[in-house]
Design a protein around this ligand. Structure first.
Ligand code: C5P
Length: 218
């Protein structure tokens, strides 16, 4: 299709990134990792050494941070204030702080506006996050909510970054709780989203299923 916006939401470790990148490639479109945007801003906030319980200080740094956002599904590179942050945004420091930064309403407002502008400039795009179907792209052509059992999500994540499964499961649970319970744009299933439980499914299977859904929509 000429125009195709796909929203992919879900908790951490549900397979969102791998599925979204594969889907974007199959559609010959671009890929927007909104989680990486929150992570890049969090990196900048940590660099500045501001108090994570001070929303005004966080907002000030967020507004000052110049983001470079990669949208190539094969190699989505991110930079903040001219520094490549692909590695540090996946580290435990950023992962531990990102939900606090992402809960600040002014940070969300700034990043959602950027996300909407990027979507408007790309007719074929797969966007992954927590609030894409509900807030960022309410008119998406397809809205997907990916889930998987807590055990499956932790197993996948710890296989990716070689960490302890039990510690990973605890860290995912903590982040899910913060992301689902925050006041502004919490993680939730949009009423018109297709919910896919990927627990027993392989990546190929999930991508094929989503492509079939898109085709059936014309
Ligand atoms: O998807 P990823 O795990 O990289 O997201 C990191 C964090 O960014 C999430 O735990 C959440 O706090 C925040 N996030 C968000 N809204 C989005 C995407 C991510 O609040 N659309």
């Amino acid at each position: 299709p000429e125009k195709c916006v796909v929203a992919v939401d879900g908790p951490s470790g549900s397979g969102k990134s791998t599925v979204s990148r594969r889907l974007a490639s199959a559609l010959d479109g671009v890929y927007l990792d909104t989680g990486a945007m929150y992570r890049a801003v969090t990196w900048s906030v940590l660099q500045a050494g501001v108090d994570l319980t001070d929303p005004d200080a966080i907002t000030k740094i967020a507004l000052e941070t110049e983001l470079s956002i990669g949208t190539d599904p094969l190699a989505p590179h991110f930079a903040a204030n001219g520094t490549n942050v692909d590695e540090p945004i996946r580290g435990s420091e950023v992962t531990g702080a990102v939900s606090a930064v992402a809960a600040v309403p002014a940070v969300r407002k700034q990043l959602v506006a950027l996300q909407k502008a990027i979507i408007a400039g790309h007719p074929r795009i797969v966007v992954e996050g927590r609030d894409i179907a509900s807030v960022v792209a309410p008119n998406a052509d397809l809205k997907v909510y990916l889930t998987a059992s807590a055990a499956a999500r932790a197993a996948r994540r710890s296989a990716e970054d070689a960490t302890d499964v039990a510690a990973t499961e605890a860290s995912l649970a903590r982040r899910d709780k913060l992301d689902s319970s925050r006041a502004t744009d919490p993680l939730r299933v949009a009423s018109d989203a297709v919910e896919v439980d990927t627990t027993g499914m392989g990546i190929d299977e999930v991508v094929a299923f989503l492509l079939k859904l898109l085709n059936s929509k014309g």
